[in-house]
Design a binder for this molecule. Sequence first.
Ligand code: 5AD
Ligand code: SF4
Length: 446
Amino acid sequence: MRATVYLETFGCQMNVADSERADVRLRAAGFDLSGSPENADVIIFNTCSVRERAAHKVFTRIGEVRRQRIGSEPVVGVMGCVAQLEGESIFDASPIVNIVAGTRATDRLPQLISRALEGERRVLDLDERADGEVWDVPATARTSKYVAFVPIIEGCNKFCTYCIVPFSRGRESSRTAADIIAEIHELCHQGYKEIHLIGQNVNSYRPKTEAGLEGFKGATPFCRLLRAVATTGMERIKFTTSFPRDFNPDIVAAIDEHESLCEWIHLPVQSGSDRILRAMRRGHTVSDYLQRIEAVKNAARPMSITSDIIVGFPGETMEDFRETVKLVEQVGYDGLYIFKYSERHGTPAAKLNDDVSREEKSARFAELEEAQRRFQRTMYERYIDRVLNVLVERPSSKSESDMTGHSTCHKVVNFPGDSSMLGDVKRVRVTAAKQNSLYGEIISAP
Ligand code: 5AD
Ligand code: SF4
């Protein structure tokens, strides 16, 4: 049966990468992909469970779709992290759902959909990956023609006490370097200008064999991988997320050696209080973290540093929070993702008494956000008159005569231009600083 599938993605880049893979597998199996849910025969939501609000979103969307599609009931599927965690209970919670496909079931999605189309009411797959599974996807399915996400490691073994990821994504599993490098060569060939090596903790990368890394020096497998990837000819290489405890200073040395390794590090700290870091079981202290930051700041090129912070973790006192604000001011982040602690069922922190009220969490969130906003304004203003190499990614959503892209330091940069420039790397002189972006003008032809 030829059917049309609409796939909607929530959450992190790993989910985006999984949806791209699902897209390829579905097309190969003869399905048509649709950009909107209105007329699709099958609607699949790829879900995120990292915070309560994200996990809830899918149920809101299912409700909306149900109201929109009264009388023409599509097959509805839930895949990804919520599917993995909630399993069969989703069928009871949302009776219009016919498919629940866990985080390891992406490649089997075509068969699962076919079963549902044939009338099976509750198609459930929470199984492991098939052996010999291929991770890479052809360019046709990629979200962008210029920037590609390349998963290198999936899952997490860290078990930070607040985090659901080790349960939704399972244990760490690294892809072989040979496989990663082959994919990047192919991306170079297709004209991609920038790749992001992605994983919950990229620097915990530990493949079963060193195949593909022979001859590359480096203090850890990830450092060897960085040096190997830097020799593929790919113009711009970024990686995210880095885990502080496993952040070896040799990563900075590799960046110094290779211009293609971009000057941006996302190194989440979560809290500036040692007491809270211990309760979170992060495996590092504030001082360990600052040592890593010091190494990054001593890099040959000026580096951008971004971070994640959780405010209102159970037991966080005003004093602990003050230490977080102090750390944020001390490091001076180029960007900060702040989250209010959200209790996730099944995590060790869910057993703690959450004594920080909702109002207090909101107040701390607002205060930290304001501190970061003030700092970011001055930090962005320092970019004025500097020249950045910007990859032209898309027309700006704010102005018809502007294009937008990212610098190698991962700042959003807008500038006058047109679609003929898409995919080019332009030298842009910054003329103005906005809250979360820079504005500039192109100064020379490529
Ligand atoms: N509550 C709030 N924020 C969380 N994060 C992960 N789990 C939780 C939680 N239970 C945040 C962390 C992580 C980012 C991806 O999401 O800051 O780095
Ligand atoms: Fe979650 Fe910690 Fe693993 Fe990050 S390192 S995914 S916060 S358990």
